[in-house]
Write a protein that binds this ligand. Structure first.
Ligand SMILES: Nc1nc2c(ncn2[C@@H]2O[C@H](COP(=O)(O)OP(=O)(O)OP(=O)(O)O)[C@@H](O)[C@H]2O)c(=O)[nH]1
Ligand SMILES: [Mg+2]
Length: 395
């Protein structure tokens, strides 16, 4: 699973990335601070099933703290995207190719309205953050369009000659974007493009189709960021307009909390709504943390982990399951408790899960057992969050 962070320059993408991954990166109040992509691992917190059998578990990747398992997800932070990037404005849109494999995107917007679409900084309330939402979707669609249009005329003639189906022709072009043939078919249907005249698709047709394909293949959660300096009016507006597609965030506060926890000033778990003071600190540290405490009292969390969780669970429809060998002890062959927590699509069958664990296990699949109930899982079972599953195979 890979998630990309996108948005205009100075929206706070790298701060958000660093808060999520704890990878130290360059952060500054001038546009295009990031040029080369930053890569790291973020974590999704879920209740750990180890509490059923033990007081601990042995994660191979990620970690477990106070009964909460932190499941790893790859995160990429890229350069700022400006309006007209597809025509070469700013750093252009070529760098988006680093997001080809991303399953979904977090769009960081400056909810405080303190920066323009090109990243110019002014005082909060100067700019309209809602403008960021639309132009970004358009720019991403232009990027997809560019990939589809490459060599289109030449190869579209070939389709007619070879008798190739249009969906296969397009699916080959976009396979590198992680887009499936089924998604191509449904985007062709939904965008009502002319299937009998593909040599003469208008610019508009290409764009509508590309945007539809983008919506299907790369769901986007909006992070209404810099909420610590945003007006209540902006927060209420964005929440009411985008509902469950938006999370209110402060990358800056999350980064401060993570740093304070690292220096043992406070005890704080990623995504939590409270933290505890651990030792004496200087007055300015204390003041900064008290401000964050007040913010958490209102918003319940900094929203950083919540944005990632919401994207993966609610928009991408994934669940976390735990494969084990011993369904009584929740262990692998070496006695490790719940070593793996894997992300699978909601609705994955037991055999899909077996393949996700190991190709051999999928090929030799016999049956799966739900460790919590001890019952064999039927073919009509669909993976549910936190399931512990034993796969029985031929060898
Ligand atoms: N108040 C506040 N400031 C923030 C927040 N996140 C980032 N900033 C500030 O916004 C400025 C830009 O932050 P970056 O994280 O470098 O932004 P970016 O989107 O990665 O910028 P580019 O790499 O230039 O595209 C810096 O001065 C940050 O300190 C936040 O949540 N709240
Ligand atoms: Mg950056």
């Amino acid at each position: 699973m890979e998630i990309g962070i996108v948005g205009k320059p100075n929206a706070g993408k790298s701060t958000f990335f660093s808060a999520l991954t704890e990878v130290p990166v360059e952060i500054a109040s001038y546009p295009f601070t990031t040029i080369e992509p930053n890569r790291g691992v973020g974590y999704i917190p879920i209740k750990c099933p180890h509490i059923d059998v033990s007081d601990h578990c042995n994660p191979r990747a990620g970690y477990c703290k106070n009964g909460i398992r932190y499941v790893p997800v790859e995160i990429i932070d890229v350069a700022g995207l400006v309006p007209g990037a597809h025509e070469g404005k700013g750093l252009g849109n070529k760098f988006l190719d680093d997001l080809r494999k991303a399953d979904g995107l977090i769009h960081v917007i400056d909810l405080s309205g303190s920066s323009s679409l090109t990243g110019e900084i002014k005082s909060p309330g100067t700019y309209d953050p809602d403008k960021e939402v639309q132009y970004l979707i358009d720019e991403l669609a232009y990027w997809v369009e560019g990939i589809i249009e490459r060599g289109w005329k030449r190869s579209s003639r070939g389709i007619a000659l070879e008798g190739k189906k249009i969906e296969d022709f397009i699916a080959e072009k976009v396979a590198g974007l992680g887009i499936s043939r089924e998604e191509v078919i449904s985007a062709l249907r939904e965008s009502s493009v002319d299937l009998n005249n593909i040599d003469n698709w208008s610019k508009e047709m290409f764009f509508i189709f590309s945007r539809t394909l983008l919506e299907k293949s790369k769901p986007i959660i909006i992070a209404g960021n810099k909420a610590d300096i945003s007006s209540e009016k902006n927060i209420d507006f964005i929440k009411s307009k985008y509902g469950n597609k938006v999370v209110i965030t402060s990358g800056d506060y999350e980064l401060t909390l993570k740093k304070a926890a690292k220096h043992n000033l406070i005890d704080y778990s990623a995504g939590a709504s409270v933290f505890q003071y651990v030792k004496e600190m200087n007055p300015s540290q204390k003041m900064a943390l008290e401000k964050i405490e007040k913010y958490l009292g209102i918003h319940k969390s900094t929203g950083i982990e919540k944005a990632l969780t919401k994207l993966v669970f609610d928009l991408l429809h994934y669940v976390v399951i735990f494969p084990v060998q011993d369904e009584g002890k929740y262990t692998d062959g070496s006695g490790n408790i719940l070593p793996d927590a894997i992300l699978v699509k909601q609705g994955a069958t037991p055999r899909d899960i077996a393949y996700k664990v190991h190709t051999d296990l999928g090929d030799n699949f016999i049956k799966a057992i739900n460790a919590k109930t001890g019952m064999v899982i039927g073919h009509n079972y669909t993976a549910t969050m936190g399931d512990v599953i034993k796969i029985v195979s031929k060898n």
